[in-house]
Design a binder for this molecule. Sequence first.
Ligand code: ADP
Length: 647
Amino acid sequence: MKKSLLRNLALSVNRPGGGGLTLLLLLVVLVPSVCLLWFMNQAVQNERVAYRQKLLDLYQGQLALARKQLENYWSQTAQAAENGAGLEAPARFAELLKMADAAVCFDDAGKVAYPNAARLPPAETLPADWVEAQRLEPANPIAAAEEFGRLGQAATNAALAARAFQAQARCLIQARQTNAALEVLTNSLAQPRFQSAADAQGRLVAPAAELMALELLAASDPRWTSPVLERLRTQLLDYKDGAMPAAQRRFLMRRLENMFPAQARFPSLPAEDLAARYLESNPSLPPQAGLLATPLPGVWQFPVQTNAVLLFEGESLRARMLGLIGPGLLAEVEAAILPPGKSVESFLSMPAGPSMPGWQMALCWKDRRHFDAAADARIASLLWTGVLAVAAIVALGLLAAGLLRRQMAVTQLKNDLVANVTHELKTPLSSMRLLVDTLLNSPTLEEKTAREYLQLIARENLRLSHLIDNFLAFSRIERNKYAFDFQAVPSNQIVDSAAAAVRERFNTPGCQFTVQAPPDLPPVVADAGALVTALLNLLDNAYKYSGEAKSILLTAATRHRSVEFAVQDNGIGLAPAECGRIFRRFYQVDRRLSRTGSGCGLGLSIVKFIVAAHHGEVRVESQPERGSTFTITLPAAEGDRAGEAKA
Ligand code: ADP
């Protein structure tokens, strides 16, 4: 099966243009192309993996660097936090806010020193008048106010006096006596001795009174709010004074921010809130700062050695980490720092370092396509190389196919030529030899017979020469050695030469040969010898392919700017389909004719070659059994308009 396939292939390869050749070529082109594409595919995949790995390594390096820097950052932060160790708790809290989102400070006993809880005053029994005033308050606030005012004036205890004035102001407000209430709040309660007076819940009375005054002023006469607001604001931002409980400070800050959004801003309020939330989540804090219990979700608690814990929120941690990673990397990726137990979809993550146990640093793609696009850009060049290589293989394959086909055609041609030459030369030689032998063997040499035989020999000789001329011409054409010597030649000279060459041969009983050419034909630029050869080939064919009664007409005429040489016969003619093929090399309509020594299929191909070299054309009009007319049209030599005028 395999053998026969190969044999068929070999056979078909030997035929120029066979399907086997196409198959072979397909194999020659396809096999390396497929292999190349396979390799390319592998290379592309490897490249993608390698590129991804390279990128990962790069990011890993960056992340490890960021982690190292984060560690340094923590140790620097811890050191910086130590610097303020000697400060009072609220001042230290304010100092620590420079390096953290919030902080909790402890005293030496390990108790929370800031955010400080309210210091509750010792329980005391209120005087009977106070109870009476409290009783009066809902129904008769004015009377209650008077009673509280009197109590305030009388009290020797500053805290009690302050609380009485505060209650007086409250009752006056209820009674809508704003001015009187303001008077109490801004005068009676503004005494320096009430500075640290606290109410029953431990809240400072003075700032609470100022807030009440502000509320009243804001509603009645906002112009007067500023000095009070400024005083209260300054007090709230003053972290040196540790008397005010943190909860009251937060409350007042928030209230003022709500009331006066433009004037009152407290940057430390979020830190106060965070610290408060933190303490709330750790109701029973262990005594030492380093051993804190429940962290807030997403909040990083960083204990520093001397009685403080720094608090960082997730977003601010991330911002700090981003600062360490550097902007170059962040154009492509998103960085995250994750508290214990939290995860995100990331392509790279690592522990955030010994300072942050359980925390992870992670990198996620901002846009995955960015990575693919970067990889694709690298791969594209590889693919282009592959495509070009495949294209080159195909082109080389086609070139090789063309050369192979041509080479096979030439080989075929040579084989045909050898066979034809041998055959063509042998036929006239055999007839000449037969004639010579007959003459030699004849006992008496009659002059008439001898002349007849010699004429026959001369004709065969002429035919032989003509054949050899054609073979030589063909050989030169094939080797590109056919040299033309173009000159302006009178057309009549060409007609006369061709007619003279055949006249003797055509001078037989059944052959009528006529030449028609006006004497004033324009010249043509031609190689006279080659053009006569072309006409002789046509005349020779006209003779060969005509029956017993031959009528051959050689004409020349001017048409427009051309000269037309035509050879007409009344011979066997040609089927329309044959008219195009007969100009191919070695093509014969009926191959049997060649075996009878009538030709080898070269004549018309030589005619076509010669005419093409003269920038002319040759055509045939023919009807089977009626005869054919072969016409050669050549451009008239430049400058001659005589023929044109006559045409
Ligand atoms: P050959 O040596 O066979 O004559 P040519 O190339 O001159 O080769 O002609 C090719 C074929 O064209 C011939 O074999 C013949 O079949 C056909 N042919 C050429 N001239 C004529 C003609 N005048 N009449 C009919 N057939 C012709």
